[in-house]
Ligand binder design. Structure first.
Ligand code: ADP
Ligand code: MG
Ligand code: MG
Length: 507
């Protein structure tokens, strides 16, 4: 993040407030940093090598915005209303294995192979030609295996986060993406809302900001509740929740928030293991029970496994397959994971596709209204437009975790290069309409220092979904996360170092 004017230097007329308000902001920075330390709004400090592996060592406050981001209540409510509909959609799409295979295999198959394949009824993975996206292809392979043994998941748990930006050009709320795996910051996100409310209770009068306009945010307790209730559905009192984590995780306190709620409110124990540890210590018994390190696992909660770097060797892939084959509840299952890919987002935005999965016309209209322009790269006209006006588009590979998208000049160069190659590589990407949120001056706090910068914000709405066969046990909007980044940065991840955590001030 490029931090420019230290707080107090920016001229008041640019929005930094009166000198009195400036002094208040200075005091607030200190109060806020103390609040973070006392309440666990912290992450591992990069400066300390052990901070990603040893809890309680090398902590620093999470980067945050000093004041909540203004957001129109109507758009906030619109986003909240979409959560249960997206939850339902993910579940429905996950049951259509052929749809997932078809949409994602097209990335690795040309159309003639595709027709052969459909007509032959043979296993999809057998026909894969040159693989343009090895990672997605490996995920598909696991999914294909589950299809071929007709694996059914009776208990299905989704902990999603649907992200949106307000497009200033069209004055509309548009979805950036839907995360179905490792949706991060339910823990720290709830804490930021608390932090802002606390600050505004003390300083809100001077600043003219009402703390009651910050919506309640129970993301951590609601996600813990969903995990706890999935555990209960599994119905084995001695079983645990397995949290699959990366070997180094600076965002571990966000995860521990959930672990603590699970323990305190539901008496459920959590074990944390990396994929490599699951491979070394895990087995599936003949009845399907997953046992890891001697403990029966009721629920596998993935906070890793979404990026190619999470699978440095075959061992990690074996672990993923092992868990998928078991009877444990997977959050997400391989099918839920695939529904959250950008390729599927683009397929769902095509005409008449939502209608295949949802019955309610109003629900369909609401979802569609939130879809930005999304295209696959076999649409030559769009590719041409994107080459002509690269700033109106974002080029996205099938990746998660931030830092992967291609913009501007790079987008133009990449498209020209891919076009020249005329190969299948085009299929590894999607094109998306670029969304332009209105920028505003915001004080951001990182590493104890406060800087003011022009920022834009992205609203994430959490959704929790749990069902057991025909019974929908939970289908909720489950809190929110605002992330704010300097407007000159293209990417948005907090963990990736582009954004800060924020909350919402309804206007
Ligand atoms: P990831 O799964 O890596 O988080 P995203 O689709 O969320 O991928 O893209 C990463 C970031 O890029 C977003 O947080 C947002 O800041 C920015 N971004 C993504 N899509 C768009 C878009 N259509 N318009 C503007 N910015 C976008
Ligand atoms: Mg994502
Ligand atoms: Mg994202």
């Amino acid at each position: 993040m490029s931090a420019k004017a230290p707080l107090g230097v920016a001229p008041a007329e640019e929005g930094a407030g009166t000198p009195g308000q400036q002094a208040v902001l200075g005091q607030m920075v200190e109060d806020a940093a103390v609040w973070c330390a006392v309440h666990g709004l912290v992450v591992g400090d990069r400066a300390n090598q052990r901070s990603g592996t040893v809890p309680g060592v090398g902590l620093v406050h999470a980067p945050f915005s000093l004041l909540p981001a203004r957001f129109p209540a109507s758009f906030f409510n619109q986003a909240c209303e979409l959560a249960p509909i997206f939850n339902e959609l993910v579940d429905r799409v996950s049951l259509d294995g052929e749809f997932l295979q078809a949409a994602l295999s097209r990335q690795v198959l040309n159309s003639i192979h595709w027709i052969l394949l459909v007509n032959s009824g043979l296993s999809f993975s057998n026909f894969r030609t040159k693989q343009v996206d090895e990672f997605t292809s490996r995920l598909l392979e696991i999914h294909d295996k589950m299809m071929s043994i007709n694996k059914k998941e009776d208990i299905r748990l989704g902990l999603h986060r649907s992200d949106y930006m307000l497009d200033s050009e069209t004055n509309s709320l548009l979805q950036i993406e839907l995360n179905t795996i490792a949706s991060s910051f339910p823990g720290l996100g709830s804490l930021v809302s608390e932090l802002h409310r606390t600050l505004l209770k003390q300083y809100g009068k001077v600043l003219g900001l009402d703390p009651k306009r910050i919506p309640q945010n129970w993301a951590a307790t609601q996600f813990a509740e969903a995990l706890g209730r999935a555990w209960a559905e599994y119905n084995n009192d001695s079983a645990v929740v397995l949290m699959v984590v990366q070997p180094e995780e600076r965002n571990m306190y966000d995860q521990y928030c959930l672990v603590n709620h699970l323990k305190e409110s539901y008496g459920v124990a959590t074990i944390r293991k990396t994929l490599a540890q699951v491979e070394a210590q895990g087995q599936v018994l003949t009845d399907g029970t997953l046992v890891v390190d001697g403990r029966t696992v009721a629920v596998v909660y993935f906070r890793a496994g979404y990026a190619p770097t999470d699978y440095p060797s075959e061992a990690e892939w074996r672990a993923r397959l092992l868990m998928e084959q078991s009877s444990a509840v997977k959050c997400p299952s391989i099918a839920y994971h695939l529904v959250g890919t950008k390729k599927i987002q683009q397929e769902l935005a095509k005409p008449n596709v939502l209608e295949r999965f949802l019955d309610n016309k109003d629900d369909i209209a609401k979802l569609r209204k939130s879809f930005a322009g999304l295209w696959s790269l076999d649409n030559e006209e769009i590719v041409r437009s994107a080459i002509q006006k690269p700033n109106l588009f974002v080029l996205k590979p099938q990746r998660e975790g931030g830092g992967n998208n291609i913009y501007g000049q790079d987008l133009q160069d990449t498209l020209i290069k891919l076009q020249k190659e005329q190969g299948e590589a085009l299929a590894a990407y999607i094109l998306m309409q670029r969304i332009f949120p209105k920028a505003s001056l915001t004080p951001l706090v990182r590493g104890g220092d406060c800087f003011e910068d022009l920022t834009i914000s992205e609203l994430g709405i959490y959704g929790a979904y749990l069902r057991n066969r025909d019974k929908v046990i939970l289908n909720n909007q489950s809190g929110y996360l605002m992330r704010t980044k300097v407007s000159s940065s293209n990417e948005g991840g907090v963990a990736a170092g582009f954004a800060v955590l924020d909350s919402v001030l309804l206007t």
